[in-house]
Write a protein that binds this ligand. Structure first.
Ligand code: BTN
Length: 262
């Protein structure tokens, strides 16, 4: 671990749980998720943390790339080995944990957009962090889940296509915060909500998600199924799907591409 992360990590104490039991940290890497998936397939224990100062092939959801400029953000992946009952809500639990960690580290009012985009300023939402959870399965079920977390920490000049809908913690605060503190608090938040879920309290995860995700409910969405369908987002269900009110009744949309049109 780099010194700035190690110092803040020590302050988090046992709140990070098993996360960081082993750490692989790189100055430059293709994708921390790819590295963590390879480690998990090779038997890495739960909590193994992969971090990088920069990524050359950072991956986002739906095949998008993730802007991973050197030292401008956190690029982390955590190997988890969830019990079967915890798998379906793991992306929502990770979102709650990351939002809570950012809030503890910075004081920012971090909100969630389904399933787990972390953003601020609901009137003009700008994304602070994103999560890419990828599972590896065997014939008997899910063997591991890698939770990949990208957090925009420092001020920077964004590519024109992103500039109006992304931001960073330091840009919002107008002061430095330090990636070490953010890393430690984000991992403490992920551990807290992952353990809550693994211990059987999925309803507490959903309640916490609803508190932070309320702004995305009541909004109009469209998605492909296979033709374009539209409706109003109303809730999330116990499987983590978005519950949408359509002309034909309530429909549960699993974690695919949903476009928010209002
Ligand atoms: C999203 O599309 O919102 C998810 C972005 C996830 C980015 C992180 S950065 C660390 C980890 N490694 C990757 O290649 N992606 C995730």
């Amino acid at each position: 671990m780099p010194d700035d992360v190690r110092e803040a990590w020590a302050l988090a104490g046992d709140r990070v749980g098993a996360i960081g039991c082993r750490v692989s940290w790189f100055a430059d890497l293709g994708s921390t998720n790819d590295e963590a998936l390879a480690l998990a397939r090779g038997g890495a224990p739960e909590g193994w943390l992969v971090g990088a100062d920069a990524q050359s092939r950072g991956r986002g959801r739906h095949g998008r790339s993730w802007e991973s400029q050197a030292l401008a953000g956190l690029y982390l992946s955590i190997v988890l080995r969830p019990p079967a009952h915890a798998v379906s809500l793991i992306t929502l639990a990770a979102g709650v944990g990351v939002a809570e960690g950012i809030e503890r580290a910075s004081g920012l009012d971090a909100r969630l957009k389904w399933p787990n985009d972390v953003y601020v300023t609901p009137a003009h939402p700008r994304k602070l962090a994103g999560i890419l959870a990828e599972a590896g399965a065997t014939t008997v079920g899910v063997d591991h889940v890698v939770v990949g977390i990208g957090v925009n920490v420092s001020r920077r000049t964004w590519p024109a296509a992103l500039a109006s809908h992304v931001t960073s913690i330091e840009e919002e605060l107008g002061r430095d915060v330090g990636r070490g503190l953010v890393a430690a608090e984000v991992c403490a938040g992920v551990w807290r909500w992952y353990r809550t879920l693994a211990d059987g309290a999925g309803s507490a995860v959903l309640a916490a998600w609803r508190r932070r995700g309320a702004d995305s409910l009541g909004r109009r969405v469209e998605w492909l199924s296979p033709e374009v369908r539209t409706g109003i987002a109303r809730d999330v269900n116990e499987a983590g799907a978005l519950v949408v009110e359509t002309a034909d009744g309530l429909v549960a949309v699993p974690a695919g591409e949903v476009r928010w049109t209002t």
